[in-house]
Design a protein. Structure first.
Ligand code: CP
Length: 299
């Protein structure tokens, strides 16, 4: 069965997860369960401009394009572009708009995707802009949450690690607000979500609380979303990471799952990988179908 949407996403950009309604998000998640159409992107060229390192996002977007019959032009190393000769991002985006049907952009600056979308003649997908947002990660995070819990509404979710600079956290918190979760934050002092983020949660009547240790909340939550400390974005300061190891899993419920956008550093010990609670590799795997569906809807 092929799902049909009562709306169109064609020609739109995705710079923030706020660019999608709850209905549009749920449609994308539902359709990501369907098999890929190998000719959905026939004749389309997708430009992948990754001006910051990436493994999962870049390769899953490339695979999603190729598996649907599209073609890819890509930059994975800014120094190999004319940016290194002083070209502006604005000029680069205008040029690439004339070569490709859609641009997937990762950029180190907050707000770069929105700015690029204003310059471009084709849709822009934000593949991560600084510490700001990573909306396609939020989509695949929701996909993984629903896959692992059977629902999105009313879950108890712990978020651990760098809740200040993690762009996946910013997009995920916005997306989760549609589904009335109860949130538990465990983070090093100084890496709390911004006051703007907390204010937004309050306005949406989402209950949240801060806790010093993972062990304080693990027995009562449905899942734990861990993130690494974003060392590349810290302006000084050393932070002791929040770490999970197998011994902490003794107290969790059977259905409890661990998610992480990856890459991980020391915050999830490898001894958690072979437990029934590890879901982070499944989570990343789902990214291909979610991104594939998004591409075919925007084009
Ligand atoms: N989760 C994520 O964005 O991974 P990459 O940085 O490897 O793309």
């Amino acid at each position: 069965m092929t799902l049909t949407a009562p709306f169109t996403l064609k020609g739109r950009s995705l710079c923030s997860i706020d660019d999608l309604t709850k209905e549009e998000i749920l449609y994308l998640l539902d359709s990501a369960n369907e098999p890929l159409n190998p000719s959905a992107l026939q004749g389309k060229i997708i430009a992948h401009l990754f001006l910051e390192p990436s493994t999962r996002t870049r390769l899953s977007f490339e695979a999603a394009t190729l598996r649907q019959g599209g073609q890819v032009i890509s930059v994975a190393e800014p120094l190999q572009t004319s940016l290194s000769k002083g070209e502006s991002l604005s000029d680069m985006i205008k040029m690439v708009s004339s070569y490709a049907d859609l641009i997937v952009l990762r950029h180190p600056q907050d707000g770069a995707a929105r700015w690029a979308a204003e310059m471009a003649d084709v849709p822009i997908i934000n593949a991560g802009d600084g510490a700001h947002e990573h909306p396609t990660q939020a989509l695949l995070d929701l996909f993984a949450i629903r896959q692992s819990q059977g629902r999105l509404e009313g879950l108890s979710i712990a978020l651990g690690g760098d809740l200040k600079y993690g762009r996946t956290i910013h997009s995920l918190l916005k997306a989760l607000a549609h589904f009335k979760p109860r949130l538990f934050f465990i983070c090093p002092e100084g890496l709390e979500p911004s006051s703007e983020t907390l204010e937004r949660l309050k306005q949406k009547r989402i209950l949240f609380s801060f806790h010093p240790r993972l062990s304080d909340v693990l027995p009562s939550v449905d899942l734990l979303y861990m993130t690494r400390i974003q060392k590349e974005r810290l302006k000084g300061g050393l932070f002791e990471p929040i770490c999970l190891d197998r011994s902490l899993l003794n107290s969790v419920q059977d259905h409890f799952k661990i998610l992480h956008p990856l890459p991980r550093n020391e915050e999830i010990a490898p001894d958690c990988d072979n437990t029934p609670h590890a879901f982070y590799f499944e989570q990343a795997k789902g990214g291909l179908n979610v991104r594939a569906k998004l591409l075919s809807e925007l084009l």
